[in-house]
Write a protein that binds this ligand. Sequence first.
Ligand SMILES: *Cc1c(COP(=O)(O)O)cnc(C)c1O
Length: 369
Amino acid sequence: MIQVNEPLLDGNERKYLNECIDTGWISSEGPFVQRFEEQFAASVGRRHAIAVANGSLALDAALVALDLSPGDEVLMPSFTIISCAAAIVRVGAVPVVIDADPITWNMDVTKIEAHITPRSKAMMVVHIYGLPCDMDPILALANKYGLKLVEDAAEMHGQTYRGRPCGSFGDLSIFSFYPNKHITTGEGGMIVTDSDVLAEKCRGLRNLCFIPERRFVHEQLGWNMRMTNLQAALGVAQLERLSVFVERKRAMGALYTKLLQGMPGLQLPQEATEYANNIYWVYGIVLEHDIGFDAREAMRRLGAAGVGTRPFFWPMHEQPVFHRMGLFADTCCPVAENIARRGFYIPSGLALSEDQINTVAQTVREVLK
Ligand SMILES: *Cc1c(COP(=O)(O)O)cnc(C)c1O
């Protein structure tokens, strides 16, 4: 079986983990945490980075830090992971979803303005699968309507938009270090910002909102979302390799496209837009309508032939949990609905060899024709 993801841990990971064990520093108090934060902040050109336990919690902290009021609306894409909408709902705000662009699979920027109301207070942008959102129109809308911006760059390590790093656009931007991301700490996440005030709030929320005056007295509720020194040690080692990883992912994506293009009925990832080159967080495929089966059947056939796959995200407006909360009753996003049913991704991990890519592409050609 060719796994859908295997990480690459062949740099200083072992050396730095050994340092943790040799020194006894394994908790969040260890020195790698601050080192990782400083180096990560520098890598995306931000003043502050706050390391947390995972990317989903990074979103939770970001939404709490924005101090929204109940009923405030937050614009976001429907085609994304549940963590994005969950963070909005958990602070009592209302997610308002925008359909996807059929080519990049990102939020369709031409559809945002029609959804802005007097209650709109913030926008969450999510860069999907390897290409960044078209940020200039998004920033113009945020500016025009005074919307706060949360940027989910979980899949966008090392990517840029018109030369500016992804993760540099939000009032708060977040990353994930889950093992299928370009760099991993096993589990882990990062919040980045230029605002001293927002950074201070996020640091507090990460650490139970302890106050300096008297430990164990609390003005506010936080969480324990601290990152351990072990995770940060992996992060420092992985960050050293980021540009190599991005180059490798780009080469993997280009090879897949070379081997699969021309096959009828398959929509492959866009290699570039006018503002970015794809970094292929995952290599997604959407079955066009002349193919007489859906992604579920394609994934079944590939699995039987030894190729691991994952389905595309399922749209937020089609989530049973949100329907039960009375959300999205009349919402319809035809593009997101279509790619959710007809999209899946093939093995895309950094440890994938050229031979394996050839095997996967050949299997795709055989079982999907
Ligand atoms: C992976 C991912 C997350 C969540 O990160 P975790 O670290 O797995 O909690 C959030 N948003 C997007 C777009 C992701 O791909």
